[in-house]
Write a protein that binds this ligand. Sequence first.
Ligand SMILES: Cc1cc2nc3c(=O)[nH]c(=O)nc-3n(C[C@H](O)[C@H](O)[C@H](O)COP(=O)(O)OP(=O)(O)OC[C@H]3O[C@@H](n4cnc5c(N)ncnc54)[C@H](O)[C@@H]3O)c2cc1C
Length: 379
Amino acid sequence: MTGEIKSAGRIVLLGAGHSHAELLSRWRARHPRADVVLVNDGNEFVYSARIPRVVAGEAALSSGVIDIARTARAADVTFENARVTAIDRAGKVLMTSAGRSIPYDILSVNAGAAPMPTVGGRDRAITVKPWRPFLAWWARFLIDARRDLVPRSLAVVGGSAGGVEIALALARRVASADVPVRIALVESRGRVAPELSLQASSHLRGRLRAAGVEVHRRARGAAMLDEGGGLLLHNGSVLAVDAAIWVAGSRAPALLAEAGLDVDERGAVRCHATLQSLTDPSIFVAGDCAGRGIEGRTPAGVQAVHDGRLLAYNLPRALKGNSLKARPARRSWMSIVDVGHGEAVADYGVLAIAGARARIWKDRLDEAFLARVSVPREA
Ligand SMILES: Cc1cc2nc3c(=O)[nH]c(=O)nc-3n(C[C@H](O)[C@H](O)[C@H](O)COP(=O)(O)OP(=O)(O)OC[C@H]3O[C@@H](n4cnc5c(N)ncnc54)[C@H](O)[C@@H]3O)c2cc1C
């Protein structure tokens, strides 16, 4: 396997994403017996699969938020609440916005990816991540729509599974609150959820139609125009909407490319199957900020969780200079898309099933993950 690194030092985990949450749950059972530090900008880990239900008003955000500082402590990992601004690879040190430096011997980055900040439109365009500002924006939008009772329209930019889930959740929320908001979904490719099978995509198309979501295919959102101007598309036409939520165009944090690591078109770090950066074997990457390497991959929480299992094994071994495991080459991943009303669409390879069974399955997987990574207050 790649990357012979012999150091008896410290492992630093940058970002409390899905991979590091899974890794901590594993290390709680068998402590890493190493000096390990988790650095995250905030004490919480937000489970993305819960967000659509929060948007729909069917769950509280707290049901998907974990106190990751407590989970870290339970695994004998030191927690640092800080925003990392730079990785100095020559000095093997992280710099934080508070001016602190955090040395590492092995660095593991699970810092996610988010849509680029939107252009134009001031408060009429928002990115879906970070989650809290988006949810606050959506709550305000609903309050204004209820108060004014003037029909409004909203576009979700990006019709991948996450975008479809958000569009359906918005539609459920406005239906249950009885506010006059029209929802549109804008997807640049020829079908919704193009990363899933044709069958799954067709199930989702049916759900969008039933929910009254207008789908615009082969349309790519460019920017929200000024007051009353609508959503400018890349082909120069304009979609008449009052506001837009950006789900598409997710990019990994700029500090990875700035550190001189080899990155792909999303700014995600190209890595070996061991999750080591192609450029620097002392840096591991996981989740959405791990880019294309030997094996193609699409960003998804489920893949991030698998990465976490591999990291839990590889990081302590890398510290000791032992051989590392490689991620098995897999072409298919199980994806389950919440479509509301107690149903979901499960997709695996070329097969998809839709209905209540898929939703029960998704709920079980979600609950099991949340139970694994959370630590009760008294523990
Ligand atoms: C609406 C929606 C629904 C989705 N639903 C699903 C689903 O049901 N199933 C699924 O598999 N996938 C789903 N996804 C995809 C999923 O959200 C992502 O793949 C997942 O969030 C990736 O997680 P991650 O582990 O890479 O990082 P994240 O979970 O995004 O965590 C990154 C962490 O790093 C921290 N961080 C970032 N930069 C810094 C820094 N400089 N310094 C310190 N800390 C930093 C952040 O604060 C954050 O805590 C959905 C996506 C969307 C948009």
